[in-house]
Design a protein around this ligand. Sequence first.
Ligand SMILES: Nc1ncnc2c1ncn2[C@@H]1O[C@H](COP(=O)(O)OP(=O)(O)OP(=O)(O)O)[C@@H](O)[C@H]1O
Ligand SMILES: [Mg+2]
Length: 478
Amino acid sequence: MQPTILEKKQLLVVDDEANLRRVLAAVLERDGHEVHTAEHGEAALEFLREHHVDLVVTDLRMPGVDGMALFHQVSRSSPGLPVIILTAHGTVDGAVEALKAGAFDYLTKPFDQAEIRNVIRKALRARELDQADASFEGGRGGAGARFGIIGDAERIVAVYAILDRVADTPTTVLVTGESGTGKELVARALHENSSRRDKPFIKVNCAAIPKDLMESELFGYERGAFTGAVTSKPGRFELAAGGTLFLDEIGEIPVEMQVKLLRVLQEGEFERVGGIRTIKVDVRLVAATNRELRREIERGAFRDDLYSRLNVVPIALPALRERTRDIPTLVDAFLAKFNARLKKHVSSVDAEAMQRLVAYAWPGNIRELENVMERAVLFSDGARITERDLSPEVRGGASVRPAPPADLSSDGLKEQVKAATARLERQIIERALDQTGGNVTHAARLLKLSRKGLQLKMKELGLRETPGARPRDDEEDE
Ligand SMILES: Nc1ncnc2c1ncn2[C@@H]1O[C@H](COP(=O)(O)OP(=O)(O)OP(=O)(O)O)[C@@H](O)[C@H]1O
Ligand SMILES: [Mg+2]
């Protein structure tokens, strides 16, 4: 699933070398982050005063406010904001000093892409865990804190017990659950709680890869294997060596590919497309699906033998409506998260609004709750969230509560969630545009998006820009 509108992490890259800024921005945007750049410390500080940022990457040596000074300022004004230092050979002392003072990590130039992406991933993850912990002060719902998972309903506590037992084993795990129940979260928790945590976690969304590219994506290809294969390329299995491979939406894998996957699972080896060399890799496999695989087997769309191989340890995640007692805890956690992210100070949810939140059926589960809370925090004018701040579906409450669709694992449900998300996003954007008199640049700022990002989203949602309110051309995110 695409990141929703406010889900992207906001990264600030500070370096006086334009080329490095460009390259880093390109690499990190490919990872789905929103990247802002500044050419010196002053510009960075100015940006930080007005924008929410999740992580800073800064060069150490710059004219004026250098990386060290920037780091000290940041740790005073935004404690906990991770800072990664870039340093040239010979100036490592400075970086080590920054590390001792609490910088997250440093990299020596030249570094490779994998290195920086890895460090950034870890820093963002650590930050998320910190924030989740912080929102649980007082000991509420801490049972899953070590996994970054919230909730202490019986059915989710049972999941923690399985995670404890299997995280640090090479066993294949099959995570099932409706859309938005936390399958990916569980897959990452397995990786982070294993001794593989310093090795790659590679995610493959099987639904997003065209059928005829699946084999080369998973297993790689040799030069000349097909038209266009001008170089050879490792596949995801090789990229995940030593780490974890997360096969998301495994139910979407074409039957021909299932045979090949089965062989890797059984024998631990494969060949690249067009290759003759047999490759062996040590990879821990986690698969997830929101489909009822048994039903897929019945209709011949999924192989029974592959299913048995994958289903060594099954983890079935409960739908949110089956664990309503966790809703208040989740609401509090999302409140804290979005207060921090949106720089708001909403302290609580009033009783009526909470009643609505608990009564609603949540077809999109925790992801939908997260989106609703994001919107509520964004639009709340006061210290408390009231019914008014909730989306119409949720406000409709028990009286018009839709009966859950008969087949909760169907594509139909996915479509419904997609439609609900789009509706929500459209409302958020329209409201932001209202507030800014149709000025896209200002609306983007309000939504903590780049102008380009907002424009793309508007196009996708079929929203048109008002001709009279065009943005200036000299904005920072161009
Ligand atoms: N127990 C939980 N505590 C806190 N956050 C959660 C929990 N479960 C899910 N989330 C959050 O809800 C969102 C959706 O979770 P995730 O992407 O893991 O779901 P999924 O089951 O993979 O969904 P899909 O089937 O749509 O891919 C994420 O932002 C995740 O961080
Ligand atoms: Mg998922």
